[in-house]
Design a protein around this ligand. Structure first.
Ligand SMILES: [Zn+2]
Length: 190
């Protein structure tokens, strides 16, 4: 349930978070999944942030490690992107993209900072439980592709063991406070 889809007619990448009124601006039937190419629809509600979705009967068949996302995960991605935009403002021309498809690792990064000289730093929002071994493996996959990675731990992934691993691996640990996040998105979004 992503923020990104492709226009079938032009191949153009569409970031739904940048559109004021997606149903006015996007043509029905012209949106496809960037991973598997099947048609996508727009989903939104009063509080729910607009996002794209497969039609429920058609799962995403792809070799990219990609799973359906929760509203919380989408909110987490937005929080990360907004934090990064604030941090980079004024001194960097780097672009920030949601759901950046990494060919080398066959992974979709939640948020990526794309620097004009080719450097990429991916930011992963991890809320579901994950082992240190898996964190290590995903991190190495990115590093071996020449891509730096930053983990943001929240909810079930925010354990002492995982925090400790982040601290000893990166010298820092980013966490996502979900109480603060939901308050923030209730007051500030839409
Ligand atoms: Zn798909």
């Amino acid at each position: 349930m992503p923020f990104i889809a492709l226009k079938k007619s032009t191949g153009e990448r569409v970031d739904i978070t940048k559109l004021k009124s997606p149903r006015e601006e996007l043509v029905k039937g012209d949106l496809i999944c960037q991973l598997c190419g099947v048609p996508m629809i727009i989903k939104s509600g009063v509080v729910r942030r607009p996002h794209f979705a497969h039609q429920p009967s058609i799962p995403c068949t792809t070799n990219y490690g990609y799973h359906p996302e929760s509203d919380e995960h989408r909110a987490g991605k937005e929080l990360i992107a907004k934090t990064l935009i604030k941090e980079l403002a004024g001194y960097s021309t780097a672009g920030i993209e949601y759901e950046w498809r990494c060919e080398e690792t066959k992974r979709v990064a939640d948020v990526a900072i794309l620097f004009p000289n080719g450097w990429v730093v991916v930011h992963e929002c991890q809320l579901s439980s994950i082992t240190v071994e898996e964190l290590q493996k995903r991190t190495e996959d990115y590093l071996n592709a020449g891509i730096d990675v930053v983990w943001w731990l929240g909810k079930n992934a925010d354990t002492d063991t995982n925090r400790q691993w982040c601290l000893s691996t990166f010298g820092e640990c980013n966490t996502i406070d979900f109480k603060a996040l939901s308050t923030y998105f209730k007051t500030d979004r839409l």
